[in-house]
Each structure stands twice: as C-alpha cells, then as structure tokens.
Design a protein around this ligand. Structure first.
Ligand SMILES: Nc1ncnc2c1ncn2[C@@H]1O[C@H](COP(=O)(O)OP(=O)(O)OP(=O)(O)O)[C@@H](O)[C@H]1O
Ligand SMILES: [Mg+2]
Length: 246
C-alpha cells in the first residue's frame, strides 16, 4: 500500500490549531481522544469496527474537528487510517490538514478520474502524521445524497477498506440531511457528536432516531465544547458513552 499512496500534498499549508491531538498530545483533550480510541477498541471485540462515521444533529457541533482529532489519535497507535471527507456540501476536513480539494471522492464517483490517476494517488498522505491519509470530498455535486446512496459509493468503500485499518468518515448534520444516515448504513459504527450547551435534547433525540431508523450501529456520544468558561480552548473536549440499554 505504501508505495502506491501519493506522498504529495496539493498545496502546502499548516495544520489547523484545532488538531489538539497533534499540537498538544499531553493535554486533557488529547487524553480524551486516547480514551475514546481505547473504548472503540473495546467496542470492537465482537464486531470488527473498520468504518466509523462521525455525525451530529446540527451544523458547527464540532464533527469535523472531532473526526480529524480521532483520526490522528488512531494513526498514532500505528493504525493505517483514512479520513474520508463525506460532507460533500461543506467539505472542511481538508482545511484542517492544509491540503487542497482539487480532486477527491466526487470525481471518482462521477467517473471524472483518468486511468493514470488511480484511487490511491488521489488519497493524500499527511506528512506530519505517519499512517494518516485523507480522501477529500472533491467538487460539490448537484446531487450529493444520490451519490452517497449509489452502489458505486458502497463498492468504493469496500475497495478502500482493503487498504486501511480504519476509515474515519466525516459527514453533514444528520438532523437536516439524509446523507449521514445513508453513509451510516454502510459503516460499522457511528459516533454522535453533541455540543455541550448548544445541542438541544430534542435535536439529540431526533439525530439518534434518524440513525436508528436506518439500523445504524450507534457506538456512543462524543460531547464536545464543554466548559467554555473554564480556561483554555483545549479544555472544551470531552466525551461520554452511552449504550442502547442506558
Ligand atoms: N471542542 C471545541 N471547542 C470549541 N470550539 C470548537 C470545538 N470543536 C470545534 N470547535 C469550533 O466550532 C466550529 C465548528 O467546528 P467543526 O467544523 O468541527 O463543526 P462541524 O460540526 O463539522 O460543522 P459543519 O456542520 O459546518 O460541518 C469551528 O469554528 C471550530 O473551531
Ligand atoms: Mg464539518
């Protein structure tokens, strides 16, 4: 796999300061991501968890930030990680990593990729984080939901799965659009990101319902933006788990 993955970045840029697991691995926030990583490990004793979707009820809850940090935390324990930007409407993950989005997932799904540009050349390595790769969203299509519901998308995911230990999928808000629920059907598990003090109980419940409706495997909740008034930005992260029984 190593030899076929492009080591180039389209545009050179800095990693976003939101990537606390990269910049400040000793912080409590980074510790929270390590704990989440461990819990995901436990969750996978019976079922293999290879594709994990991150979603949330509303825009700006923090899903892309959490997915990006989680991807780094996984890569740090030598898992080969692909972070997939499946928010086709508002792709932001690539900005976290200072890379461009000139070609990506939608180009592949729309057959706009030429033979000499194989899938594994479109996936970009993140030089700062060994084992971390990103597949950016590509152009914004007129029919994102249709693209993500396609057999082609599912086949692509199956193909990609062979090359990575874990695939972290960033998606749009689940309360407003069906995209995240559709992707969750193809994935092994879903983590629901809730923003402390922002997400309403109703919003959280309807997000859960949307995911349950498609029989998604909800692994738990990541509570973020906690404790805004008590100090540094980096104290905001936390997480919490619940199971179906609770
Ligand atoms: N733990 C946090 N504490 C404080 N601010 C945060 C935290 N996580 C993310 N943010 C900020 O919230 C904003 C939204 O974050 P992010 O893009 O991750 O959310 P999102 O749910 O992916 O949004 P969208 O639905 O628009 O894709 C960003 O400005 C980000 O810097
Ligand atoms: Mg986002």
């Amino acid at each position: 796999m190593e030899q076929v993955v492009s080591k180039k970045r389209v545009r050179k840029g800095e990693l976003s300061k939101n990537l606390i697991t990269y910049y400040d691995p000793k912080s409590p926030a980074a510790e929270a991501f390590r704990t989440l990583r461990t819990n995901i490990g436990f969750a996978s004793i019976d079922n293999e968890l290879k594709t994990i979707v991150f979603t949330s009820p509303e825009p700006t809850d923090g899903k892309s930030t959490v997915a990006s940090n989680f991807a780094i935390a996984m890569a740090k324990v030598n898992k080969k990680v692909l972070l997939m930007e499946c928010d086709l409407r508002k792709p932001r993950v690539h900005r976290n990593f200072g890379i461009g989005n000139d070609i990506g997932l939608t180009h592949i799904l729309a057959d706009m990729v030429f033979d000499d540009l194989s899938l594994l050349n479109i996936i970009k390595a993140i030089p700062e984080v060994e084992n971390l790769f990103v597949l950016t969203a590509g152009f914004t299509p007129p029919n994102p939901t249709e693209m993500l519901s396609s057999k082609k998308f599912k086949n692509l995911l199956d193909q990609i799965k062979k090359h990575f230990d874990i695939i972290v999928i960033d998606t749009p808000p689940v309360a407003q659009l069906t995209d995240a629920a559709i992707i969750s059907k193809f994935a092994d598990g879903v983590l629901l990101v809730l923003a402390s003090g922002e997400t309403s109980i109703q919003g959280a419940l309807s997000a859960k319902q949307a995911l349950t409706n498609v029989k998604a495997n909800i692994l738990g909740v990541v509570l973020t933006k906690i404790n805004k008034k008590s100090g540094s930005y980096y104290n905001y992260y936390n997480y919490e788990y619940y199971t179906e029984e609770e």
